[in-house]
Design a binder for this molecule. Structure first.
Ligand SMILES: Nc1ncnc2c1ncn2[C@@H]1O[C@H](COP(=O)(O)OP(=O)(O)O)[C@@H](O)[C@H]1O
Ligand SMILES: [Mg+2]
Length: 309
């Protein structure tokens, strides 16, 4: 599949899984209606290399298998990007769109199971500094695109860079990914602390990756919760679950194919499927506030605040 097929793909309604209801309550298979509100979920971590890209790719796939239409914004400027992980080669990125050379639909990269990827390239650092024309174009095209998606997943990258903060502040929900390594735990806490104390973000979903078993995952969560309860008033951390350490993940990475395609019944594969069910059953807060236009407006609004203050 090439990028040109992105447009054609989003023009077709994907077949719905049993029990699937669209976000705005439209009948499955019905034509998309304007004004629907895709859920915007940021996936972040304090420390790099803890598994964000693998989580975004496989969670995206698991959600797509449930009939959800998923757009992934690859906003991580770090090392391994989602296109590499899935063996895809983007010819165009957000940079081409921002330069006015391509429409947003033309840069969408079709992945497995109808997953759509918006490769940011090195366009992301400029997102907060766009001129008015670029902003209006992005808002309009995003709005059209949002009629064809149910969930926008953002791989924000790691740390406390301004991009990570903007995307977390603008998203309706933030998943903070943590592994049992002490450095991952302290860095996750540092990210939560900055978002909470400087930017009044209060709610976080905590997902533990690469845990040996559930007991270890819960212990990691307990550690973060203890410190947060003690030092960060009114912050609410929700335990979302855990993805086990699983050798099938690096095996899939080496083959540049998604774990859920290659090893759907592996321990990690099953937990991605379980996680996607948990998320689709979850009543999200602020569900009606957000749409993708709203999301970008928030990004630009929060970008005016001084994050280094
Ligand atoms: N649950 C897991 N079990 C085993 N290895 C994992 C697991 N999650 C991630 N990895 C490995 O960790 C490395 C980093 O993962 P990646 O998704 O690129 O992290 P990030 O996006 O946070 O930088 C990859 O080589 C991947 O194979
Ligand atoms: Mg990554």
């Amino acid at each position: 599949m090439d990028q040109a097929q992105g447009l054609r793909l989003i023009k077709q309604d994907r077949p719905a899984a049993p029990g699937y209801r669209t976000v705005n309550g439209a009948e499955p298979g019905g034509s998309p209606k304007p004004g629907r509100n895709p859920l915007v979920l940021a996936i972040s971590s304090g420390k790099g290399g803890v598994g964000k890209t693998n989580v975004v790719a496989n969670l995206g796939l698991a959600l797509a298998r449930q009939g959800k239409r998923i757009l992934v914004l690859d906003a991580d400027l770090g090392l391994a990007n989602i296109d590499i992980l899935l063996g895809l080669t983007p010819r165009f990125t957000l940079e081409h769109f921002l330069a006015g050379h391509k429409k947003l639909q033309d840069i969408l990269l079709p992945g497995p199971e109808g997953l759509l990827i918006l490769p940011a390239g090195s366009g992301v650092p400029e997102l907060v500094d766009l001129d008015e024309t670029q902003k209006i174009c992005l808002l309009n095209e995003m709005d059209q695109l949002s009629q064809h998606i149910d969930w926008l997943l953002i791989d924000t990258g790691a740390g406390i860079s301004t991009n990570v903060l903007y995307f977390n502040l603008a998203a309706q929900e933030s998943i903070i990914l943590v592994t049992p390594e002490p450095t991952s735990i302290t860095d996750a806490y540092a990210l939560i602390k900055i978002l909470a104390t400087r930017h009044q973000k209060k709610n976080f979903l905590i997902l533990i990756n690469a845990a040996a078993e559930e007991g270890e995952a819960k212990e990691v969560f307990r550690k973060i919760s203890l410190v947060a309860d003690r030092f960060l008033s009114s912050v609410s951390l929700d335990y979302l679950g855990f993805i086990p350490f699983d050798k099938h993940i690096p095996m899939a990475v080496k083959k540049q194919q998604a774990l859920l395609e290659l090893f759907p019944h592996s321990p990690a594969g099953k937990s991605f499927t379980d996680l996607s069910r948990l998320l689709t059953d979850r009543p999200f807060r602020n569900r009606n506030e957000g749409n993708v236009q709203f999301f970008w407006k928030q990004v630009w609004q929060v970008s005016n605040i001084n994050v280094s203050a």
